[in-house]
Design a protein around this ligand. Structure first.
Ligand code: UTP
Length: 292
């Protein structure tokens, strides 16, 4: 039902300097795959087929990553390295990719507004690729898309965070209307220590209805002088409905060094090493079958 997924990826990534001085944060690899590829896979799994990426200066490698590299492909053709490209080839074939450039970094709300031309006048998802989400069964966007079918309004993914960390997030308050679903009646971007309305923090997954664009247009710069999506969402919550969803799964803040290291260790042990072992077992059994 939701076709478009918007990836605001124009930020400077200052928390990860100097790594992000000339390399987009979204291209940092967790094990052997860039952050944005995890996000794109999650969107495809949720049935989305149009990936809309908001880029900025020095972000060309994002476009190159979701394109063919004929020279490289020719070079490794017929070797056992070819299979290392299977996954990304499949991803590229499963979706279309469009890009728009945010000329001035005026904040997440402004980045989302910049993507309007790409997503059009329909509900769409937003993924902040530096929030890496993993799950046992169903991706966070799939969980949210199912919820959208039922409620048809904007949805933000939230997670409980320790009280002394609420000042890093947009924080919501509201009434629990069902297991893990809250109708939002207040939200504050990066509240001062001790003033957060709850410990439920918004993480980098959203489903937004298109009326959000006009609300962003009418939003003045807020915290940090940036146009904040939280401020526009609060207006939407007051005039209509915004839900917060306590998703199932784990989320790593890969925009911070600590979160990135945690994600790398987790993905190595729980994804990469397991896939590798399964591949090797698969090859061994095919080999045995062919001998038999
Ligand atoms: P962050 O604040 O987490 O990203 O923005 P940042 O600014 O790149 O990182 P730090 O804090 O300096 O380390 C959340 C998301 O919004 C995008 C970022 O790329 C990130 O995915 N963003 C932010 C934009 O696309 N444009 C902006 O003007 C601001």
């Amino acid at each position: 039902m939701i076709k478009h997924c918007l990836f605001p990826a124009a930020g400077y990534g200052t928390r990860f300097l100097p790594a992000t001085k000339s390399m987009p944060k979204e291209m940092m690899p967790v094990v052997n795959k860039p952050l944005i590829e995890y996000g794109v896979e999650e969107a495809i799994e949720a049935g989305m087929s149009s990936m809309c990426i908001v880029t900025g200066r020095g972000k060309h490698s994002l476009m190159d990553h979701f394109d063919k590299n004929y020279e490289l492909e020719h070079q490794i053709q017929g070797t056992n390295k070819e299979e290392l490209l299977d996954n990304i080839r499949h991803t590229i074939d499963s979706a279309d990719f469009t890009y728009i450039r945010q000329r001035e970094m005026k904040g997440l709300g402004h980045a989302i507004l910049t993507g309007r031309e790409l997503v059009g006048d329909k509900p769409f998802a937003v993924v902040l690729a530096d929030d890496l989400c993993v799950h046992e069964q169903e991706g966070v966007l799939s969980q949210m898309a199912a919820l959208y079918k039922q409620f048809r309004c904007s949805i933000v993914a939230v997670q409980e965070v320790p009280e002394d960390e609420t000042h890093k997030y947009g924080v919501i308050k509201g009434e629990m209307i069902k297991d893990n679903i809250i109708r939002v009646d207040d939200m504050i971007e990066k509240p001062e220590q001790g003033t957060a309305p709850s410990n439920l923090a918004i993480i980098g997954r959203y489903i937004l209805t298109p009326d959000i664009f006009e609300l962003i247009e009418a939003t003045e710069p807020g915290k940090g002088g940036e146009i904040q999506i939280t401020d526009a969402l609060l207006k939407q919550a007051k005039s209509g409905c915004v839900l917060a969803y306590k998703f199932k799964g784990k989320r790593f803040d890969c925009g911070s060094v600590e979160g990135y290291i945690e994600a790398t260790n987790y993905c190595y042990e729980n994804v990469y090493a397991k896939d590798k072992q399964a591949n090797e077992l698969g090859k061994q059994s095919t080999h045995k079958e062919s001998i038999a």
